[in-house]
Design a protein around this ligand. Structure first.
Ligand code: FAD
Ligand code: NAD
Ligand code: SF4
Ligand code: FES
Length: 809
């Protein structure tokens, strides 16, 4: 029997976790198609707070890379929304007119920020806080403006406010109720929280209801129902969420506040399921990942025909991701005549604990200032343990005396105590995984058990469990960073083993060095392919299937599944003939976008996969490697030939550099710039290699970066001739190739190893010569990749044939 067609609407946290569970249970049961209307692969939405607070970057919160979808044969359409479900014909229809049939459908559309329906809510400068786009909007506004107003003093509002403070804004938090986070905290804890956040610089306007957002096109302030006003350049609405249910409603699926599901996540229509924040189960819609992941597990088992317990609802535990604030809350927080609570308030240390007891069982927990007992208390709450035989002290404190989470606490933790609340992983599961699979790092525990993969709050506890379980071995293991979760071996050890044992293929490395996962993963395969190529030089046969997707295709995949084609224009110089060829191809293939790139070339965007070989053939130009971990571009200014300030031939040197080093595999992308005078029109100061012409010579700057981690290049040397520039760059490049980690830019590498060290090594003429010899040997092996595909039918068949999912446009 063929694979069933499984379609999912929504490419977010709950949906993709469900797919991961399905792939674990029955990897071959479904042909999976996912539509997501954001232009990104699945990312950790929870960590947007950390991105805003500057603790991490958007790149680092991607949970499932483009390669992951490819490796699991999932057809992914990003930036494309489903607008209709035809439940009769069992088809979904996208906003681009794509129609895809399904045997089973999962609706995982999540929710949107609730935007208060008040005058002015549509002004520029008003945003929710839900996705990468919102986050980027706030970061951008913070560059030009000063005053932010966050409406809503709940979890989201306070995390947003902390982020905006970090971005240098003055922040007013406007809250409707007398107490912050009134759903999670009782008044005492709430007051303590407010005092801490005020000390951090937030200003609170309590019991205020916003009547209007003022301004013309752009927001300038807020007016409240009581008539008072404040100034604001940015307004963030954090007043709750609204489940995305419209398409389900329009398609005749039963919707209350959310899409109503039974205990197996089945909607009112056969073969249509819902999971995540869009789903309403027993009249509850959850807004935290832990219950959503539980739902996903049940749905996955149900779809794979594996027996499963029904989903019966969840009790959730919450914390706040703001540094300097340690709090935990779960269950009921208010007293009533039938509850008795234990309260401890240590004002001196800023610690408050309240345990609500109903019918001799823990029914609610509020901890502020010290949360080390949260997992033990949460277990008691979840298991409905009878506490009638316990004293209030033994309920409040674990048997041990330590402060904070340390190995002693870990020793007293019961096996069924939850370590990771987001993913429902117990201490027993973590310990078993460490022992059975020889895990040594927190990341490996995450890959194996999911613990730590969401908000990350539990990572220090996982680290303590590793230390406790492995004893002395943990310290040894902790000193080195494994290449990825498939191995415990570090980058340097892998390189040494390849050399020592004479290993020559990716497969061989994984077999001989005992990879835990036979096929490797999208992190180690491209890295091993790179290290082998770097060590074996012209003796290595590239393993194309181990490359990252864009390199494998020799084209950059775009958010709608099409590709871009960017031919080489050495030094940014072109000819009328080449321009005509580009124009003809653009017209013939009805190319949706023709654009000048930042690297002084012309890009054709929106080319279908199966048209790539024909487009390359008709262009008859070499690949510009705009997708590769290799030399991208050499940007040049017009220089002495035309500019009256120019002292040197910048275009000539740029073209020579590009022709010499093109196609070379490097740990990460490499960019160069050549300016013919210090006015620096080619932006040489922010390139990996930036060259600036001066009277009688050239200055060479290295390790600059104009991307996310902006860094000005360091002056490395001043030389007289262009031959010296090329020799020095050759040696530097090869030394970087041989010593950097795969995916480490020159900027990060130089910061890590120190510029003086590199200078010292390259000062030796013999060393420079040897490095250049190895580089030249490697450069000899490369073929022009587009021409190679045109000459090879097998490559065309394998990588560039039409995809075959039922798409009826
Ligand atoms: C800033 C922030 C911090 C958070 N912190 C925490 C935390 O600390 N702990 C915690 O447990 N939870 C936290 N959450 C909540 C958590 O992120 C959500 O509960 C979780 O992401 C919900 O998963 P989901 O898959 O249901 O929805 P989502 O992750 O929102 O995914 C739904 C996806 O479906 C897409 N979509 C919608 N309609 C369509 C359509 N018609 N066609 C195609 N695609 C569509 C959406 O664009 C979206 O990408 C936080 C949320 C935010 C915004
Ligand atoms: N650390 C975490 O677990 C975390 C962090 C961020 C977001 N989230 C989740 O994201 C979702 C959205 O969070 P949220 O904080 O927006 O929702 P929420 O419903 O938890 O809180 C909204 C807050 O806004 C207040 N409010 C409502 N109307 C208002 C008004 N007109 N003016 C001022 N205040 C008003 C409410 O009193 C409430 O405290 C939730 O599901 C939440 O669980 C969780
Ligand atoms: S960098 Fe100097 S030489 Fe080059 S274009 Fe600018 S001004 Fe002219
Ligand atoms: S508690 Fe959130 S990832 Fe573990």
């Amino acid at each position: 029997m063929g694979r069933k067609q499984l379609v999912m609407i929504g490419n977010g946290m709950a949906g993709v976790r469900t797919i991961e569970e399905i792939l674990k249970l029955a990897p071959d049961a479904f042909q999976i198609t996912i539509f997501g209307d954001e232009p990104h692969p699945n990312y950790n939405r929870i960590k947007l707070s950390n991105v805003l607070q500057g603790d991490t970057t958007v790149n680092d919160i991607i949970m499932n890379t483009w390669e992951w979808y490819q490796e699991n044969n999932i057809e992914l359409f990003t930036g494309e929304a489903i607008v209709r479900i035809d439940t009769e014909a069992k088809q979904v229809i996208s906003n681009q007119g794509r129609v895809v049939s399904y045997d089973d459908l999962i609706i995982a559309t999540g929710s949107s920020s609730f935007i208060l329906p008040i005058p002015g809510a549509d002004k520029v400068g008003v945003t929710g806080f839900r996705d990468i786009h919102d986050c980027e909007t706030m970061i951008k506004v913070a560059r030009d403006y000063k005053k932010a107003a966050v409406i809503g003093g709940g979890l989201l509002g306070l995390e947003a406010a902390r982020g905006l403070l970090n971005l240098g804004m003055e922040v007013d938090v406007i809250h409707l109720m007398p107490h912050l986070m009134e759903r999670q905290l009782d008044p005492t804890a709430s007051i303590m929280l407010k005092e801490e956040l005020e000390a951090q610089g937030m200003n609170f306007l309590m019991e205020k209801q916003t009547a209007e957002i003022q301004g013309d096109e752009r927001v300038t302030g807020l007016r409240f129902v009581d008539g008072s006003e404040i100034e604001a350049d940015l307004v963030v609405m954090a007043v709750g969420i609204k489940p995305n249910v419209q398409i389900a409603k329009d398609s005749g699926i039963y919707v209350n506040r959310g899409i109503v599901v039974d205990d197996f996540m089945q909607t009112s229509v056969a073969h249509v399921h819902a999971v995540g924040e869009c789903a309403e189960h027993r009249e509850v819609i959850y807004g935290l990942v832990a219950p959503l992941y539980e739902q996903g597990k049940v749905l996955a088992a149900n779809l794979c025909g594996v027996e499963t317990k029904p989903y019966e609802g969840s009790i959730v535990g919450t914390g706040l991701k703001v540094s300097g604030v340690d709090l935990f809350s779960a269950g009921e927080i208010d007293d009533d005549p039938k509850t008795k609570s234990i309260k401890v308030h240590n004002e001196f240390d800023g610690v408050y604990k309240k345990i609500v007891i109903r019918d001799n069982r823990v029914s609610g927990i509020v901890l502020y200032g010290d949360t080390k007992d949260s997992s033990r208390l949460f277990r008691m709450l979840l298991k409905k343990e009878d506490v009638s035989g316990m004293t209030s002290v033994s309920i409040l404190e674990s048997g041990c005396c330590g402060v904070g989470s340390d190995s002693n606490d870990v020793a007293t933790m019961a096996a069924d105590e939850i370590v990771c609340g987001c993913n429902g992983v117990t201490k027993g599961t973590v310990v078993e995984a460490i022992q059975a699979k020889g895990l040594t790092t927190v990341d490996e525990v995450g890959s194996c058990t999911n613990a730590g993969r969401s908000c990350g709050r539990c990572k220090s506890l996982i680290s303590d469990i590793l230390a406790h379980t492995l004893g002395e071995k943990y310290d040894v293991a902790a000193k080195k960073t494994a290449l990825c979760g498939c191995t415990t071996i570090s980058r340097d050890e892998v390189v040494a083993e390849i050399k020592e044992k004479g290993l020559s293929t990716v497969k061989e490395v994984m077999n001989v060095l005992g990879w835990k996962q036979e096929e490797g993963c999208s992190k180690c395969r491209p890295a091993l392919n790179y290290y082998l190529g770097m060590i074996l030089q012209d003796q290595y046969t590239d393993d194309r299937d181990s490359r990252l997707v864009n390199e494998k295709m020799h084209a950059n995949i775009q958010k709608n599944g099409t590709y871009s084609v960017i031919p080489r224009m050495y030094g940014g110089v072109t000819t009328a003939k080449d321009l005509m060829k580009i124009a003809e191809v653009a017209e013939k293939y009805d190319v949706p976008l023709v654009k000048l790139t930042g690297g002084q070339r012309i890009g054709l965007y929106g080319i279908n996969k199966d048209d790539l070989p024909a487009v390359w053939e008709e262009l008859g130009m070499p690949s510009g490697y705009a997708y590769g971990k290799t030399l991208r571009t050499v940007k040049t200014c017009v220089g002495a030939k035309f500019c009256r300030f120019g002292t040197q031939d910048s275009m000539g040197l740029g073209i020579d550099l590009e022709k010499k080093f093109e196609r070379l595999d490097t740990p990460h992308k490499v960019k160069m710039g050549v300016s013919a005078c210090p006015r620096n029109c080619a932006e040489s100061g922010i390139k990996d290699f930036g060259i600036v012409g001066i009277d009688g010579g050239w200055e060479l700057y290295v390790a600059g970066n104009g991307g996310t981690d902006l860094r000005a290049g360091d002056l490395f040397a001043t030389v007289k001739t262009k031959e010296e520039v090329i020799e020095l760059i050759g040696a530097f490049l090869q030394y970087y190739r041989e010593h950097a980690n795969y995916l480490e830019r020159t900027s990060t590498w130089v910061e890590r190893v120190g510029l003086d060290h590199v200078r010292e090594v390259l000062a030796n003429e013999e060393t420079r010569k040897a490095l250049n010899e190895r580089l030249d040997k490697t450069l000899k092996k490369y073929q022009e990749p587009w021409a190679e595909v045109l000459e090879n039918q097998d490559l065309q068949q394998k990588y560039y044939q039409k995809h075959e999912i039922p798409v009826l446009v």
